[in-house]
Design a protein around this ligand. Structure first.
Ligand code: DC
Length: 229
């Protein structure tokens, strides 16, 4: 079976990571959650006081330290991948709305994107990788053999994210989650640096009315078509 790069892009909370993790598991591929990398940089800035609640970033300080921010992924005893920031497990901390908002802000900064894209391209050199994000098919791996652009209605995505946060013990109102989803959509699509858009050769997957198994059937088929040639 041919080893390929799978690029999964799309709006926030549309299930990209569920698809990417499942596909990687089924076919023994490496899974990389690039959103977690932007979230880790956001957390780092919040901890240092370089990112304020009003969204102001101390870009000078961040630029000086960007090469000292070490982001890694490790699989825990239950087989779940977790994010590490400078050697510390930050998986739970990076999932809060505060960190998500910060990630949406710092991901508009050119030098941050440049550094994270460089690291992502290194991770994918050997292929056999499923990477999810916003710019994987357009910027990180423009020659990826399989590109998928995932979307779903904002209300459907907010319901999913709300449930996910509840399960993690993070309490937020549904309205706050919906507002956050819409705000991030707007920022992801209108930013100057690598705005979220569907690559011309990406396959569109609208999963508003699909359950997890139905969407996996579609994705598995696309994957097999590209690896069995
Ligand atoms: O997918 P996520 O919600 O974990 O992503 C967090 C933020 O990072 C989101 O606002 C968009 C940004 N991001 C990005 O700009 N490029 C990527 N490749 C991945 C995420």
């Amino acid at each position: 079976m041919k080893k390929i790069v799978v690029a999964i892009d799309g709006f926030s909370s549309c299930g990209k990571s569920t698809i990417a993790k499942q596909l990687a598991k089924e076919f023994g591929y490496i899974y990389v959650d690039t959103g977690a990398m932007y979230r880790a940089v956001s957390l780092f800035c919040l901890q240092k006081g370089w990112l304020t609640a009003s969204g102001k970033v101390d870009e000078e300080a961040l630029k000086q330290q960007i090469s000292n921010i070490d982001i890694a992924f490790k699989t825990n005893a239950e087989g779940v991948q977790e994010t590490y920031l400078n050697g510390k497990n930050v998986e739970k901390e990076i999932r809060t709305l505060e960190v998500a908002n910060g990630a949406s802000i710092i991901s508009t900064i050119g030098f941050v994107r440049k550094e994270l894209v460089r690291q992502q391209q290194l991770m994918g050199q050997q292929k056999g990788i499923v990477m999810d994000g916003r710019d994987i098919g357009t910027v990180v791996f423009p020659t990826a053999e399989l590109k998928i652009f995932v979307t779903a209605q904002p209300e459907v995505r907010a319901h999913r994210r709300h449930k996910e946060l509840e399960e993690k013990g993070i309490s937020e109102s549904f309205d706050a989650v919906l507002a956050n989803v819409k705000e991030r959509d707007e920022r992801d699509q209108t930013r100057k640096e690598s705005p979220l858009r569907q690559a011309s050769d990406a396959l569109l997957l609208d999963n508003s009315n699909l359950n997890k198994e139905q969407q996996m059937e579609i994705v598995r088929q696309w994957f097999l078509e590209r690896t069995q040639i």
